[in-house]
Design a protein around this ligand. Structure first.
Ligand code: 2NL
Length: 340
């Protein structure tokens, strides 16, 4: 009986059905009431007890193979018949799939990350809902600073203060609380201010801040790093200029202008005929910020800077209304399919 089953196994293996009918004939031959398997199971009852185990296993194997063979032919013929169904028109053109594009703010953010990563800056990100300490107090904001007012900041809760971060600086505080210098990082992210929406302002916008802390970091390092950034971002001919400014968390502080990328400094309406456009704020980290993060301000110095991604993008692509970034109008977004 075992020989007979082995022989049948070989026969099944080489069997090929050409259509559904041949598959059905194959099924009847093996699995019907009077079929080969039913006959074998009847014979099985009469074989000597010591052969039962091995023969039984072979017999079950045969049954499984037959079923597998039928299933595989059945599914392939069903697939073919679905396509040959006259209701499916195979000559019809396929549905058009529109190619997407990166959002212009993502394009520029990735470009900024790329430029700084080439000089050793890595990216850090953190939460958008912050506490008073990380958003204000650790950054040296005095108790009565206007940014701490409901007019300027979106609070989730007052006392204890939980708020939507107004800048990405709290990420820097969290990094400095955890990490020892040297620190060389940039901080891209979404920030929130309680602003009336207009062509120039929005309650949600995007920032990239940067921080470099080590022994002997000087204002010259800040200036050269930002000059490198300006040239990479706006072209080799770009010049920079630094004007004194004020932030609670840097001392000294500055605003950086780049020579107008539209008129090259001659004067146009983008630079309001000054030849310069402001692109970011910067400065040397105030020693009290280091003290708040348990970094020894007698040993370490550092510089920091911050820029709005919307502003850089508007300058780069000559976009005149900031609201376009948030409206998801395809007529606007489709203009960036060519950018990477
Ligand atoms: C701006 C100005 C700036 C910083 C951000 C910073 C962060 C820490 C310590 C010191 Cl933790 N500074 N960030 C410094 C100077 C300017 O941003 O106008 N951004 C749009």
């Amino acid at each position: 009986m075992q020989d007979k089953i082995q022989h049948l196994l070989k026969e099944i293996e080489s069997f090929v059905a050409r259509n559904q009918e041949e598959t059905e004939q194959f099924r009847l031959k093996y699995l019907s009431k009077k079929g080969i398997l039913s006959e074998l199971f009847t014979d099985f009852k009469n074989i000597p007890a010591e052969q039962k185990k091995a023969t039984g296993a072979l017999l079950n194997d045969l049954k499984t193979r037959v079923q597998e063979k039928i299933d595989s032919f059945k599914s392939s013929f069903e697939a073919v018949s679905a396509f040959s169904d006259s209701s499916v028109d195979l000559t019809k053109p396929a549905d058009h799939i529109e190619t997407g594009a990166r959002h212009p703010l993502s394009i520029v953010r990735n470009q900024i990350i790329g430029i700084f990563s080439r000089i050793g800056f890595t990216v850090a990100e953190d939460r958008e809902i912050e506490d008073d300490w990380h958003n204000f107090t650790a950054l040296n904001f005095p108790e009565e600073h206007p940014a701490r007012d409901m007019q300027d900041t979106i609070f989730i809760e007052k006392n204890p203060d939980i708020l939507l971060r107004t800048h990405t600086s709290p990420v820097q505080i969290r990094v400095m609380e955890k990490m020892k210098p040297p620190i060389r990082k940039i901080f891209p992210g979404r920030v929130f201010r309680n602003e009336a929406i207009s062509a120039r302002a929005h309650c949600i916008f995007h920032q990239v801040e940067g921080l470099y802390v080590d022994k002997d970091v000087s204002f010259a390092d800040l200036k050269q790093t930002l000059l490198y950034f300006a040239k990479e971002m706006f072209g080799e001919k770009t010049e920079i200029r630094l004007r004194p400014s004020f932030f609670p968390f840097t001392e000294p502080s500055g605003e950086m202008d780049v020579s107008c990328l539209i008129c090259g400094g001659k004067g146009c309406n983008i630079c309001k005929y000054t030849g310069w456009v402001e692109i970011m704020g910067c400065g040397m980290v105030d020693p009290s910020v280091f003290d708040n993060c348990h970094i020894d301000s007698k040993i370490y110095t550092g510089f920091a800077f911050g820029m709005g991604i919307e502003r850089i993008t508007m300058l780069k692509y000559q976009i005149r209304d900031l609201r376009l970034f948030f409206e998801n109008d395809l007529r606007f977004l489709k203009q960036f399919t060519g950018a990477y």
